[in-house]
Design a protein around this ligand. Structure first.
Ligand SMILES: [Zn+2]
Length: 130
């Protein structure tokens, strides 16, 4: 219902398939938009209706999804990570672990391929030796 309020955004076609000159306006194509609805006042979480201001970056939204709805966002967490995160650590310990892990994930999320790197494996081994 209501108007489609995305006047200057490109149509939802893949930019790569068109050979137009590079547009100066980047339409956010982040996965977060699978989980947030755009409203006039800004993005709203599909699950808990948390609102963000219109000009917020997607970073806090990503964090929100990871923290609040990790199980709803399977693409965020690779099986190994999920496996580790659901290990039966004691409360406090797990919290700290999750925190550290989250930082790692958030920081490294831009270059997702890093999870395959040796340093990450080593890290995982430290937090989850087996
Ligand atoms: Zn939410």
């Amino acid at each position: 219902m209501g108007d489609d309020d995305s006047p200057s955004s490109s149509p939802p076609t893949s930019p790569q398939t068109k050979s137009r000159s590079t547009s100066p306006v980047k339409v956010p194509r982040s996965y977060v938009w699978n989980h947030f609805a755009r409203t006039d006042s800004g993005p709203v979480c599909n699950y808990c209706k948390k609102k963000y201001s219109k000009n917020t970056s997607t970073t806090p939204m990503k964090s929100h999804l990871k923290v609040k709805h990790p199980s709803l966002v399977p693409e965020l967490i690779q099986p190994t990570l999920h496996d580790v995160l659901s290990n039966p650590y004691t409360g406090k310990q797990k919290e700290e672990l999750d925190d550290a892990m989250l930082d790692w994930i958030v920081e490294g999320f831009q270059s997702f391929s890093m999870v395959n790197k040796a340093s990450f494996r080593e890290f995982m081994h430290q937090v989850n030796p087996r």
